[in-house]
Every structure is written in structure tokens, then in C-alpha cells.
Design a protein around this ligand. Structure first.
Ligand SMILES: O=c1[nH]cnc2c1ncn2[C@@H]1O[C@H](COP(=O)(O)OP(=O)(O)O)[C@@H](O)[C@H]1O
Ligand SMILES: [Ca+2]
Length: 472
């Protein structure tokens, strides 16, 4: 009886399944289909402001078809100069030495945008860099080695037609002269958010913080000649509140998968706010008459972007306070519409702050000017400073006469001397009034980042190289 009932119960379950098989089939087909679609779909974005995603897979233990060594050649066509970086990665995406260093790095001046009307000559300015870069890649690996040329603020400011002509000449140069692999879109003007996110990837890769929680990563600021970028990781919740960019504007948030973790990166690039562009903006405020930022005793002309600006000291000399007022005016900190929750300047959302912004790695002209002004050792890869150090140095620079420059600031390049007060005031104003950092906050000025026994340039091309060697 007991056995019979047990068998009966067992049979009735099988019977039930059999009896309802039609219904079960009807329910399971859509479930299977939905699961399949979800699995096959590329990463969907949770935030409307996400513009692009890219994947850096942690290759450790993973299979891939590449050889043990993968090279990448990246040209940084900056507004003030052109540079080439060659990197070599192993299968775990670790950098391995190329000769005595972890990268080949060569630079020259001026940049591509110095030849706006002569695309061929502009492209040819890269020949010496290309030849040396290619020679550093083993011959048999050249056809598999990606080469990229990323132009930044200089070509951005030239406008579409002139910059496209130059890029086309560069594409032809690569085709005629090089055996390296040129992928589609290998030669482009980077948009500002790309540049900022590559910089963030570079620094965090070298610090080995990729793959860790977002609050363990560091934020970056990169002050170029033509533009300045800020990037830092934010929480998913903050990313969801990002304001929608207006038409034609870049999105504020990029979603990235790096070393097995998803990051929401706040990025913004400010065109015309690089250091050399800002000089022009500050001189424009005084419109041809004396300017309180110009070092006492100087009267000359400043050339930028094909235009000339009068750069004349006031008879009473430079003044820190007045120069601050002019710099604030040029930054338009207070008089532009802030339609978002909290802005930096020019009506730009500040990203909301948070853990990814507590440690800031501040690069390029911030490091260079601090070194010229003498409060940073140029032989060291990084320096820990505070925004107020820029103000202190500015105070000295704004109070000197041209003739005293060489003795007071022996490391300043001659061409920069008339603008030392201006540059330092602008840098302080950008950090404190623009980006809202506290004057006493600790920041890391960075030229290079230590990576094992080596130090690698703290520049965006490494982020681009990582993308180039990890994309299929
Ligand atoms: O590889 C690099 N390592 C360190 N600093 C760099 C590197 N490449 C460019 N820089 C710095 O960037 C600044 C020049 O900016 P750039 O010419 O790239 O303007 P842009 O980014 O506005 O186009 C200089 O201070 C230069 O030292
Ligand atoms: Ca740059």
C-alpha cells in the first residue's frame, strides 16, 4: 500500500508534466529566447549619457590568438608638439622592456597644426618619429603591430576641413612609408573625452588600480597647450544622475570594462583652456592694452593659433590680485549659466566628486611649470604639492621685473619668462576656482609613473595602446 502510493505519487508528477507539456513548452520558449538575446547583446548602457564602451579584458589565463609579445605604436599629435610612444605588452597585458626602457618615447616641436595650409609638410613632420618607432619593432611583427595617430586640441581648433586634409596626408604617409598595421579610424582627431579617459586608463594601469573598486582609483587632470581634461571614476548611482549633454556636446560619462570591473568614468575636456590657449584668453580680456598678468617691464606680442595678441605689462607692474581677477573673468566662473547640480566653470557639470576624485594626479603643464618655477624637482617622476604652491610661486613671479627672471627663476625657459605670473595664476585659478579643489588639498604632479623598476610617461597614448592591443 505504502509502496503503491509512493509509486502512484511518482507517476502522478510525471503524468502532470506530460499532461501540461504543451503549456510548459509555451512558457519556456520565450524564456529561452529572452535569455539568448540578453547573452548575445553587447553591453547595454544603464545611463543615457554613456557614449561608448570599450573592453580591456584581463587576459591572465585567458586564451588569445596573439603571440607572446604585442607591440603598439601611438602618435600623440599634440597642439604644441608631436610625440611617438612604442610599447610592448606580454600576454597578461603587462608592459615588457623595449631596450633599456618600458617604452620608446621621442618628441619634437612644433605640432601638426603649425602647418595649417600645407598638409603634406605637416604629415612629413612625423617622418623621423615614424622611422625610429618602426625600427624599434621586430621586423616580423610589424604587419601585426597597430599604429595610431591621435590628434588633440591643435587640430580640434583648426576646424574640420583643414584638420581632415592633414589627417589624410598622415594616412598616406603611413601607407607609403610604413608596414605597420593601420586599422580603420587609426588616424583621427581624438574627442576630448577619449583623450581624458585614455589618460585615466594610463595612470591607473601604471598604478595597478584597475580592477579595484572605483574609490581606489585616482582621478586625473591633464593640462595641455590647447585643452585641459579632467577624468575620475564615479558611482553607478552618480552616473545615472549625469545631466544629458546638449546637442553637439560630449557626454559626461563613459562606461568602461577594465580588468573584469565596470567603471563609470566622469570625463570632460575644456577646449581653449589649455595653458597656451588660456594665455590668449587672458590677453583678450585686456584687449590690446596693458595686462596685469604680464611680467613687469615686458612689452611684446603673443602668438597663438595664427593670431597675435598684445602682451604688455602695466606701468605699475604685474599684480597677483588683478591678474586673478582677469583669470577668473577668462574662466567665466561666475557669469555662465550653471544649469546642472554643481558646475566647475563654463556651465560644465562637476561630476559630483566622490571617492574617485580624492587622489588627483595632475599632469603635463602643471608639472612642467611647477618645475620651471622651482618648487618641483624635474628629475623626479612625481611631486606632492598643494594648489596654494602655485599661488605662492605666482606671488613671486608677479612681483619680479623681467631683468630679475634669470636669477629668481633659473629654470624658466626664456620664452616663458614674460608669462610666468600669468601661467601660475591661471593654474592656481583653474585648480581652485575652476575645478573647486581646496588650496590646501594634496595633489600629485606627475610626469612619469613608476612601474616596477621603470618609470613610464604619464600620457594618454598608453591608454590608447592598451585598447589597441586588447581589441579583437
Ligand atoms: O608623454 C608625455 N609625458 C609627459 N608630458 C607630456 C607628454 N606628452 C605631452 N606632455 C606635456 O603636454 C604639454 C603639451 O600639451 P600638448 O601639446 O599635448 O597640448 P594638447 O594636449 O592641448 O594638444 C606639455 O606640458 C608636455 O610636456
Ligand atoms: Ca596632450
Amino acid at each position: 500500500m505504502t509502496a503503491k502510493r509512493a509509486i502512484g505519487r511518482h507517476e502522478s508528477l510525471a503524468d502532470k508534466i506530460h499532461r501540461h507539456r504543451g503549456v510548459l513548452l509555451l512558457i519556456s520558449i520565450p524564456i529561452v529566447l529572452i535569455t539568448l538575446v540578453l547573452l548575445l547583446m553587447p553591453g547595454t548602457s544603464t545611463s543615457v549619457s554613456v557614449i561608448e564602451e570599450y573592453t580591456l579584458k584581463n587576459r591572465a589565463g585567458g586564451s588569445n590568438s596573439r603571440g607572446p609579445k604585442n607591440y603598439a605604436v601611438i602618435f600623440d599629435a599634440g597642439s604644441s608638439g608631436s610625440r611617438v610612444h612604442v610599447y610592448c605588452f606580454d600576454q597578461n597585458l603587462d608592459l615588457v622592456p623595449l631596450g633599456n626602457e618600458l617604452e620608446l618615447f621621442i618628441q619634437l616641436k612644433p605640432g601638426l597644426s603649425a602647418y595649417p595650409n600645407d598638409p603634406r609638410q605637416s604629415a612629413n613632420s612625423l617622418v623621423s618619429l615614424l622611422d625610429k618607432a618602426e625600427a624599434s619593432v621586430p621586423r616580423e611583427l610589424r604587419p601585426n603591430t597597430p599604429v595610431r595617430v591621435g590628434a588633440t586640441a591643435g587640430l580640434r581648433a583648426l576646424g574640420h576641413k583643414a584638420s581632415e586634409n592633414i589627417l589624410q596626408a598622415v594616412r598616406e604617409l603611413l601607407k607609403d612609408r610604413s608596414r605597420l598595421k593601420t586599422e580603420a579610424n587609426a588616424v583621427t582627431v581624438l574627442d576630448g573625452t577619449q583623450e581624458g579617459s585614455y589618460q585615466w586608463v594610463t595612470i591607473n594601469y601604471l598604478l595597478r588600480t584597475l580592477g579595484k573598486p572605483y574609490s581606489d582609483t585616482v582621478g586625473v587632470v591633464d593640462l595641455g597647450g590647447g585643452s585641459v581634461q579632467m577624468a575620475y571614476a564615479i558611482s553607478e548611482e552618480d552616473a545615472a544622475t549625469a545631466p544629458k549633454p546638449l546637442e553637439g556636446e560630449d557626454s559626461y560619462v563613459r562606461e568602461m570594462y577594465l580588468k573584469g570591473r565596470k567603471y563609470f568614468l566622469y570625463v570632460h575636456s575644456y577646449l581653449h583652456y589649455g595653458l597656451l590657449a588660456a594665455r590668449a584668453e587672458i590677453l583678450k580680456v585686456s584687449e590690446g592694452s596693458n595686462n596685469p598678468c604680464i611680467v613687469t617691464g615686458y612689452d611684446g606680442t603673443y602668438k597663438y593659433g595664427g593670431k597675435a595678441f598684445r602682451a604688455a605689462a602695466s606701468p605699475s607692474g604685474a599684480s597677483l590680485d588683478e591678474c586673478r581677477r582677469v583669470a577668473l573673468n577668462a574662466l567665466k566662473v561666475n557669469d555662465s549659466l550653471c544649469t546642472h547640480m554643481k558646475c566647475t566653470f563654463g556651465g560644465v557639470w562637476n561630476g559630483g566628486g566622490g571617492g574617485g576624485q580624492k587622489n588627483m594626479f595632475v599632469a603635463s603643464f602643471f608639472f612642467d611649470r611647477a618645475a620651471e618655477a622651482g618648487f618641483v624637482d624635474p628629475t623626479q617622476p612625481v611631486a606632492i604639492v598643494h594648489p596654494v604652491d602655485f599661488e605662492k610661486a605666482a606671488n613671486q613671479a608677479c612681483n619680479m621685473k623681467m631683468g630679475e627672471g634669470k636669477t629668481k627663476f633659473p629654470r624658466v625657459e626664456e620664452d616663458n619668462l614674460p608669462y610666468l605670473c600669468l601661467d601660475l595664476v591661471y593654474q592656481y585659478t583653474l585648480l581652485v576656482d575652476g575645478f573647486g579643489l581646496k588650496p590646501s588639498q594634496t595633489i600629485t604632479l606627475v610626469k612619469k609613473v613608476k612601474y616596477g623598476d621603470y618609470a613610464v610617461e604619464a600620457a594618454w597614448p598608453l591608454g590608447s595602446a592598451i585598447e589597441a592591443v586588447s581589441s579583437p
